[in-house]
Design a binder for this molecule. Structure first.
Ligand SMILES: NC(=O)C1=CN([C@@H]2O[C@H](COP(=O)(O)OP(=O)(O)OC[C@H]3O[C@@H](n4cnc5c(N)ncnc54)[C@H](OP(=O)(O)O)[C@@H]3O)[C@@H](O)[C@H]2O)C=CC1
Ligand SMILES: O=C(O)C(=O)[C@@H](O)[C@H](O)C(=O)CO
Length: 282
């Protein structure tokens, strides 16, 4: 398959298909990421919150690939927005990844009850980028006001905004993000599995001779979004990467677009009310 990359506003590029590892158990992460690298993925999406950065780092280190052949994203945890905590958390991420840099570091959630914290954390990411420990800076679960706050405070625009997007939730934040020249990364691109069995998805999949998962992922790719499908099943890991070869017609894309359920389609928290602070970095 053709390796797809997307150009980011800071002059770097990112593979359009990444391997997501939320809910991959820490002791199963190295095996899952090794399978993904073997299948041909060159982009892994982890987070301090997932407690599996060590498995990602171990898989890359044990592979025959060079560190620079693999694009790794992590995310600052919700309990690390104070500047000294952000700095320490980045250092811990690099230690766990066995690397002197992370390709992309995101602010994971803006947090509804602590509106200033994410701006402080973002300022630290700008410093860490200048020091070479972070190649690119991004955000996650940001709405328009959050995006404007970090851009106004630092003059540095995030290169990506990782948000929930899938056929059941088109997410108005997509347009707000793209209007600022920021690339959208779709989290839960398969709606965490809730799309399987949908008659429209099944019908389009049959028409193009692809699986339902590949069809939904191809729908995202056609819109220019980065996707982060997660699987611990080796055959699905291979199947999902092959979505890059699936081509949908304008009519098929429009039929999948029409599945949007608005806010009812969300599978995860709303960033405007999300205020969860998990336990400290492992
Ligand atoms: N920034 C944020 O706040 C968030 C980021 N994310 C990111 O997005 C990634 C993906 O999100 P996630 O919610 O895990 O959901 P996905 O939409 O990727 O769906 C994953 C689920 O679908 C199943 N699945 C995967 N591929 C197939 C297939 N080809 N056929 C049938 N079933 C399949 C998996 O099962 P199995 O593993 O058993 O094969 C799993 O149950 C995360 O890993 C994380 O990187 C997610 C949530 C929030
Ligand atoms: O996976 C992530 O990155 C998350 O932030 C999620 O765990 C999120 O907190 C959630 O609950 C999604 O349903």
């Amino acid at each position: 398959m053709v390796a797809r990359t997307i150009a980011l506003s800071d002059g770097t590029t990112i593979p359009q298909i990444g391997f997501g590892v939320w809910q991959v158990k820490p002791d199963e992460t190295e095996v899952a990421v090794a399978a993904a690298l073997e299948a041909g993925y060159r982009h892994v999406d982890t987070a301090q919150m997932y407690r599996n950065e060590a498995g990602v780092g171990a898989a890359v280190a044990a592979s025959s690939l060079n560190r620079d052949d693999v694009y790794i994203t992590s995310k600052v945890n919700n309990n690390a927005h104070a500047p000294e905590e952000t700095r320490a958390s980045v250092a811990r991420t690099l230690e766990l990844l066995q690397s002197d840099h992370v390709d992309l570091m995101l602010i994971h959630w803006p947090l509804a009850m602590h509106p200033e914290g994410f701006v402080d954390a973002y300022r630290v990411l700008v410093e860490e980028q200048a020091a070479g420990r972070i190649r690119s800076i991004g955000v996650s679960n940001f709405h328009a006001a959050h995006l404007d706050a970090v851009i106004e405070a630092t003059g540095v625009a995030p290169v990506v905004n990782q948000i929930e997007v899938h056929p059941y939730f088109a997410n108005p934040a997509v347009a707000d993000t793209q209007a600022r020249g920021i690339v959208v990364q779709a989290w839960s691109p398969l709606a965490s599995g809730k799309l399987f069995g949908d008659p429209v998805v099944e019908a389009v999949a049959a028409e193009v001779g692809a699986t339902p998962a590949q069809t939904v992922l191809a729908w995202h790719l056609a819109a220019g979004r980065i996707i982060l499908p997660k699987s611990v099943t080796p055959s699905r890991i291979v199947e999902n990467l092959a979505s890059g070869d699936v081509v949908l017609s304008d009519d098929q894309i429009a039929r999948i677009d029409a599945l949007d359920r608005g806010e009812e389609g969300r599978t995860g928290p709303d960033p405007d009310t999300m205020d969860w602070r998990p336990a400290a970095h492992s």
